[in-house]
Design a protein around this ligand. Structure first.
Ligand code: NAP
Length: 314
């Protein structure tokens, strides 16, 4: 039994449920130590969040990012731009942040207006400030098995699987969903760990056939109840990345994943809840990336200019 499972049963909880808040806390403790060490060397990590257009859908995430950052001693700046902002103006703003040595990392909050390209904006962020791990160089590093600043959700999802204690080399894993920010990087990270990976998507002919032979399943699609208990191999680990808002009987709404939770919990050996699974770990990985980016930048500046305080203005 893994540390997480053992802890859960000690507290009388369902040992199958992988507690993302607990995993996130463990990561944050290590990040807190790194941030404190950076500050001891006069290097203050600072995260800048860029919201463009209707920021309302991202507000909850931004508030949470700020809360976690500040707890860890990371400065958090929120900037908002009107929907009418031009591509050139956003690119100029990112270029300014890239050139500012007091800025450690840049987050481009989604969604952005349709007039802009998220890929273009992400590629404009300096790779050393790419704390979301979405720059083409960061994605390329994963292919080369060189994890510098990894894409947060994908890295968080793999961390969750690792808490099961399953041996990754040779593990049969199915990844459902192949988006650039989640499914594809998960597949590459798992290949680096020695797992045998199958990637399914909307053209996959019979999802159940693949799922039934998987020791571990990652699902990142955005469709509630896509996976039910009878589709999976008994005892498999199920990492549910989906976030879907659905209506409740009393006229309200609630957030669910892509797996039908009750039936999958019965069948699975381990399952991540939504909310409280991959989500909190994703934020902790973002902060781990901020600390790593700060260390990389500090090294870079020290190599270029000598003592840190001299050029950073901190
Ligand atoms: P996305 O870009 O819309 O990608 C969805 C993927 O699912 C696509 O690869 C699509 O394949 C595939 N797909 C669609 N229908 C399918 C089906 N019936 N069977 C199998 N695959 C199917 O979404 P995303 O950005 O990857 O996000 C996926 C989910 O994760 C969403 O619910 C999102 O909210 C959530 N998410 C969570 C976190 C977190 O921190 N927990 C972070 C990011 C995203 P095709 O391209 O072939 O259509």
């Amino acid at each position: 039994m893994s540390a997480v499972a053992a802890r859960s049963s000690e507290h009388g909880k369902d040992h199958k449920i992988l507690d993302g808040r607990f995993v996130a806390q463990g990561i944050r403790e290590k990040v807190g130590g790194k941030v404190a060490a950076l500050k001891d060397h006069n290097w203050q990590p600072r995260l800048v969040s860029l919201g463009i257009g209707a920021a309302e859908p991202a507000k909850l995430y931004i508030r949470n990012q700020r809360r976690v950052a500040e707890k860890l001693g990371i400065d958090f700046d929120e900037r908002y731009y009107d929907e009418s902002i031009s591509r050139d103006e956003v690119l100029a703003s990112i270029a300014k942040l890239n050139a500012d040595p007091t800025v450690t990392g840049i987050i481009i909050q989604r969604p952005i207006p349709q007039t802009l390209s998220i890929k273009e904006l992400q590629a404009a962020v300096h790779p050393l400030k790419d704390v979301e791990g979405m720059h083409p160089a960061s994605i390329g590093n994963i292919v080369y098995n060189d994890l510098v600043l990894g894409p947060c959700t994908a890295v968080a999802s793999v961390e969750m699987l690792k808490t099961t204690g399953l041996t990754l080399p040779g593990l049969e894993v199915v990844v459902v969903g192949h988006s650039e920010i989640v499914g594809k990087p998960i597949a590459f990270l798992l290949m680096s760990e020695g797992a045998t990976v199958t990637v399914c998507h909307h053209m996959t002919r019979n999802l159940s056939v693949h799922l039934r032979r998987a020791d571990a399943i990652f699902v990142a699609v955005g469709k509630p109840q896509l996976i039910t208990g009878e589709m999976i191999k008994p005892g498999a680990a199920l990492i549910d990345i989906g976030i879907n808002q659905v209506a409740t009987e009393d006229g309200g709404t609630k957030v669910v994943g892509d797996a039908e939770f009750e039936s999958c919990r019965e069948a699975a050996g381990w399952i991540t809840p939504v909310p409280g699974g991959v989500g909190p770990v994703t934020v902790s990985i973002l902060m781990r990336n901020v600390a790593r980016a700060a260390e990389l930048q500090k090294d870079h500046y020290e190599r270029q200019y000598g003592a840190t305080g001299a050029i950073s203005g901190q």
